[in-house]
Structures are given as structure tokens and as C-alpha cells.
Write a protein that binds this ligand. Structure first.
Ligand SMILES: [Zn+2]
Length: 359
């Protein structure tokens, strides 16, 4: 960044202070790039919160989830079939993970990263111990983990706002006993049933009211129950202006510390572990973040001369973001996973996983 650009960045930050952070409500925030994306005539700016360190979009609207689900390559890929579930289950537990890995390499739509492994290992473990869990999959999309969970005898409910995805899931996995329901966007404010295990994988970053949503999920945990929440981790790409899908697909990019603090405020007695996703077939120990890591200073002040506008998905602000996702394209994450699996090396992903256990 040149001296002039640095000065311009500072001026912009100072003049733009004041937009309220959707995560911590602080108004100590700054605009880091105007017009980072456009969709249907609306322009979105990228903001940074100096108080909690997250990034957020200037405009929080009512996203067209169905359009996103239909046109986003990643969500389309998360569409396993009943046959895949049956064939994997029929081979028994010993080969469960290798089969998942193999099915992934052969481009079957399994996702072998840690986000799902955390959930699946818990339902398998409970099954081994003769425990049946009541499970909520919040934002289940095409609901493929429901096929496994219900086959093992757990009581699984997947909810999503996108009817097409829910219909697909019910059609494929309803036969195993999994239940699916289309819900309105604000369902989490009114539902009152509680669960032993809640999975909410890569959903919160889409939600206009992310803290209300998190509170709604935690309220639905039984005592001793666990929430597995996954979302992109800003810490993994801290120098990117917008490190993940552009608004209006993603509205907020959280970081580990901000997530930890909010969970603590909402449920002080809960036990929380936050770690990063990883790729590859071998089981590894969890890499829980130490206190020191969580407390390290967040040095992502965009006014810093070290801050770089280094985002592959920024710089084409005139393009409608949804158009960039071609379902026929092989998603980067898949390529990385396949590479890790084939080379037997593990890779870190760009998502974080929080496991919150209610005491
Ligand atoms: Zn904030």
C-alpha cells in the first residue's frame, strides 16, 4: 500500500465511523471497501468492527436463500443420495471414514472435512453406547447427514428456509426416518422444543440477525446437550477485505474470539471448544485453541500499513455475485480436500468449529 493509499484508507475510516456492528453493537467501526459487491441493484460495502474484530456488510437485508441454494456450487454439491448413505452404512463402522473419503475422491458429494465429521462421530459414538439423540439440523440444506443419523436410530429434524432443498432431503432421506421441515426465516425466535445435539453448519454467516440466531440455538439445548456451530473463520484470512462469499450471500465473517465472547455472554456455564476444520481421512486430536491464542491482539486494523487488499473475490464489484457460482465448477474446497486425501496430508480449512456443551 502506498503512502497515498494509506492516507486515503485512514480518511475513509474516520469519516465513516458509526455503522453499528451486528455482532457486538459497537459503533467503533470503519468502512474498509465501498461497493464490495452488488446484487439486484443493491450495493454492499465491507465494514470492520474495531471492538470485536469481525467484518460485516453494510446492508443487512432479507436474503434470497432459495436463489443462493440453487446457484451456489458448494450448496449443490452437498447433495448426497439415499444410495450413498445405504452403501456406506452397509459396510460397517470400520470403513466408515475411509469410504467417505473414497466417495469424495470419486466426486460423490460427500464432504469429509471436520465440520461434518464432528457431528457424524458423535452420532456414531452415541449409537455405540446405546444412546438415542434428539437432533436438530438448523439450516440443513439437502440434509444428507440426516440420512446417517436417522439410520442409526436417532430422532433427526432438519429445518431450512429453502423448500426445494427440504423437498430433496425428505425425498432422499425420509425413508430412513429423518424428518425435514420448511421454516420461516425467523423460526428460531418462536420454536421452543429442545434437543440433545444441534448442528448448525455454515449458516450463521447468512443470517441478518446473527446474535439473535445464536441465542435461539443455545436456548434449544437440553442440559448436557451440545451445539456444533461452524462458520468461516476470519482469523484464517485476516488480511482479506472479505475472506469468503460476498454479500448478500454472507453478511458477517466472525473470528474465534468474538464467537467465544458471545457464547460466554449468552451461556456463561457452557463448556466451549473452538477449533479449525481440517481435511483428510485420518482421525486426529482436536486442536483446541489455548487461552493465549484467544487473547492475542487482533491485529487486523485496516488502517495498518500491513493491511492488504488481498482478496481474490474482491475487485470485481460490478459483477453480480451469484453469477460467479457455476454449479459445474469444482469448488476450491473440494479440490483441496481431494488433494489432502490423496497425498495423505492433512490441510487446515478456513472454517472454525465451535462445540458448545450445556452444563
Ligand atoms: Zn463488533
Amino acid at each position: 500500500m502506498t503512502e497515498a493509499e494509506y492516507g486515503a484508507t485512514l480518511d475513509r475510516l474516520v469519516s465513516s465511523r458509526g455503522l453499528s456492528c451486528p455482532w457486538c453493537n459497537s459503533t467503533s467501526t470503519g468502512l474498509i471497501q465501498k461497493d464490495v459487491s452488488r446484487y439486484r441493484g443493491q450495493s454492499f460495502d465491507a465494514w470492520h468492527c474495531f471492538a470485536c474484530g469481525i467484518r460485516f456488510a453494510s446492508r443487512i437485508g432479507s436474503p434470497d436463500y432459495s436463489a443462493i441454494a440453487r446457484r451456489h456450487a458448494w450448496y449443490r454439491l452437498l447433495a448426497s443420495t439415499a444410495d450413498t448413505v445405504e452403501s456406506i452404512l452397509s459396510h460397517g463402522r470400520e470403513v466408515f471414514w475411509p469410504l467417505m473419503a473414497a466417495s469424495f475422491i470419486h466426486s460423490l458429494p460427500w464432504n469429509d472435512d471436520r465440520r461434518y465429521r464432528e457431528f457424524l462421530s458423535r452420532v456414531i459414538c452415541a449409537n455405540d453406547e446405546g444412546r438415542k439423540l434428539s437432533i436438530l439440523d438448523a439450516g440443513c440444506a439437502r440434509g444428507f447427514v440426516g440420512g446417517i443419523a436417522a439410520s442409526l436410530g436417532h430422532e433427526y429434524l432438519g429445518v431450512d428456509v429453502d423448500a426445494e432443498s427440504v423437498n430433496y432431503a425428505a425425498d432422499q432421506f425420509g425413508r430412513f426416518g429423518a424428518r425435514y421441515r420448511v421454516v420461516p426465516q425467523d423460526w428460531y425466535q418462536s420454536e421452543s422444543i429442545t434437543f440433545d445435539l444441534i448442528l448448525c453448519s455454515d449458516v450463521i454467516e447468512h443470517i441478518p440477525d446473527p446474535t439473535g440466531f445464536l441465542a435461539g440455538l443455545l436456548k434449544r439445548l437440553n442440559v448436557g446437550g451440545a451445539l456444533i456451530l461452524t462458520t468461516p473463520d476470519l482469523d484464517s484470512r485476516r488480511m482479506h477485505v472479505w475472506a469468503t462469499d460476498l454479500p448478500p450471500i454472507h453478511y458477517v465473517i466472525l473470528n474465534r474470539k468474538a464467537l467465544e465472547i458471545r457464547i460466554k455472554a449468552l451461556m456463561p456455564d457452557a463448556k466451549t471448544e473452538i477449533f479449525n476444520e481440517d481435511f483428510g481421512p485420518d482421525p486426529v486430536e482436536r486442536q483446541a485453541l489455548s487461552e493465549i491464542q484467544l487473547q492475542r491482539p487482533i491485529d487486523i486494523d485496516p488502517a495498518s500499513p500491513h493491511f492488504a487488499y488481498d482478496a481474490a473475490n474482491v475487485g470485481r464489484p460490478r459483477v453480480e455475485p451469484l453469477r460467479r457460482y457455476d454449479p459445474s465448477e469444482f469448488h476450491l474446497t473440494n479440490a483441496r480436500t481431494a488433494e489432502a486425501l490423496m497425498s495423505e496430508r492433512r490441510r487446515s480449512g478456513s472454517s472454525m468449529i465451535a462445540v458448545v456443551t450445556r452444563s
